[in-house]
Design a protein around this ligand. Structure first.
Ligand code: PLP
Length: 373
């Protein structure tokens, strides 16, 4: 099987499984107890936090572990607004875990403004700049689109926010960007940043919220005061260990592979076949491809029958019809139905990817010749 749906989730690294197993067996103690065995588990958690922080350009005290990025995003929308009445600005390219909490604020009477995205999938900077004002309390813009891999210029947008809305907090959903864009968190100008471990070779069920030093937001979960009183609940020590281990493994593979070159070759191959590549400036990890007159769902299933797994829109909204983000980029419903998402991982080989591309093209050919697309 050649797995090319890494934007949905990734296969867990063996080293991450080993780290989790060790934390579950030798390190099973409650990290918040006071005897020495427990204290050493707490020390381990902080070492993991430090490992992740150094890899992403943060400090350990800026990272709060959560159960997933959806939790981190919900936290930001519930408690990350500078004033309860100010307006909120998001982009039209947001993942549902940002978009839906923003819509909930709108339903409570908050002025939620949606900055359009352009045909290449990026935030329209002019429109964005007009929406942000001195009454803005929170801005949230996705760093890398989970649909197309398009990278938003977060640093540039943060300047706009600082200038026009000095009191607003600036959040970015970095789930598809972390360790993939080579931008350090401390250089982005964000106050809050969400990430998820299962896109990096760790298990599902662990994520984090970066809260820049000096920024205060209210805790999301109240209770025993874990995670510096910011997120109560006994820490998921096995998955924290797996997260830190996966970050190290991912970074090591990243150094030795040139994903962007593989993606460029893939783009050229599909373009020669008559496909359109959807979205601009790319992280290198995601490719959204439009196959004219070939329904994505049929192509996805036929490719899977032939051993190649590809995606079709955000996996977590797989049950919802249409695609809000691609529609915001100006694609028609018919075009959207014919878009698949191919997403890479740093330990993938160029030969596997190109073999998969051949299988996908053969599947598209056979769908066209059977006239079922
Ligand atoms: N944000 C983006 C951009 C995503 O791609 C995803 C997952 O697909 C999420 C948020 C949600 O992450 P989690 O599964 O950790 O809740």
């Amino acid at each position: 099987m050649i797995y090319l749906d890494n934007a949905a989730t990734t296969k867990v690294f063996d080293s991450a499984i080993t780290a989790a197993e060790r934390a579950m067996s030798d390190g099973f103690f409650n990290p918040n107890a006071t005897y020495k065995h427990a204290v050493s588990v707490k020390t381990e958690i902080d070492k993991c936090r430090q490992t992740i922080a150094s890899a992403i350009g943060a400090t350990g005290d800026e990272l709060i572990f959560t159960s997933c990025a959806t939790e981190a995003n919900n936290w930001v929308f519930e408690h990350g607004r500078k004033s309860p009445k100010g307006n909120v600005v998001i982009s039209a390219g947001e993942h549902p875990s940002v978009y839906e909490p923003a819509m909930r604020l709108a339903s409570r009477g908050i002025d939620v403004r949606i900055a359009p995205i352009t045909r290449d999938g990026k935030v329209d900077e002019n429109a964005f700049s007009k929406l942000v004002d001195e009454n803005t309390s929170l801005v949230s813009v996705i760093h890398v689109s989970n649909e197309t891999g398009t990278v938003n210029p977060i640093k540039k947008l943060s300047y706009i926010v600082r200038k026009k809305a000095p009191r607003a907090l600036f959040h970015s959903d970095g789930v598809q960007a972390l360790l993939k864009t080579h931008e350090r968190l401390d250089s982005l100008g964000v106050d809050l940043y969400s990430a998820s471990a299962h896109k990096l070779g760790a298990p599902k069920g662990i994520g984090l919220l970066y809260i820049r030093r000096g920024i205060t937001i209210a805790p999301f979960m109240l209770g025993g005061g874990q995670e510096r009183n910011m997120r109560s609940g006994t820490q998921n020590t096995p998955y924290i260990a797996a997260f830190a281990s996966a970050v190290q493994q991912f970074s090591a593979f990243e150094k030795n592979n040139n994903i962007s070159d593989i993606r460029d070759e893939l783009c050229a191959y599909f373009s020669d076949y008559g496909c359109k590549i959807v979205g601009g400036d790319n992280s290198g990890y995601i490719l959204c491809v439009h196959f004219p007159n070939v329904k994505a769902e049929i192509l996805q299933n036929l490719a899977a029958d032939n051993g190649v797994i590809i995606g079709k829109g955000a996996a977590c909204s797989g049950s919802k019809r249409g695609n809000r983000v691609l529609a915001a980029m100006g694609l028609s419903e018919k075009e959207i139905e014919c878009c698949v998402r191919i997403s890479l991982f740093p330990n993938i080989t160029r030969d596997d990817v190109m073999e998969a591309a051949g299988i996908i093209i053969s599947a598209a050919d056979s769908i066209r010749s059977n006239n079922v697309g």
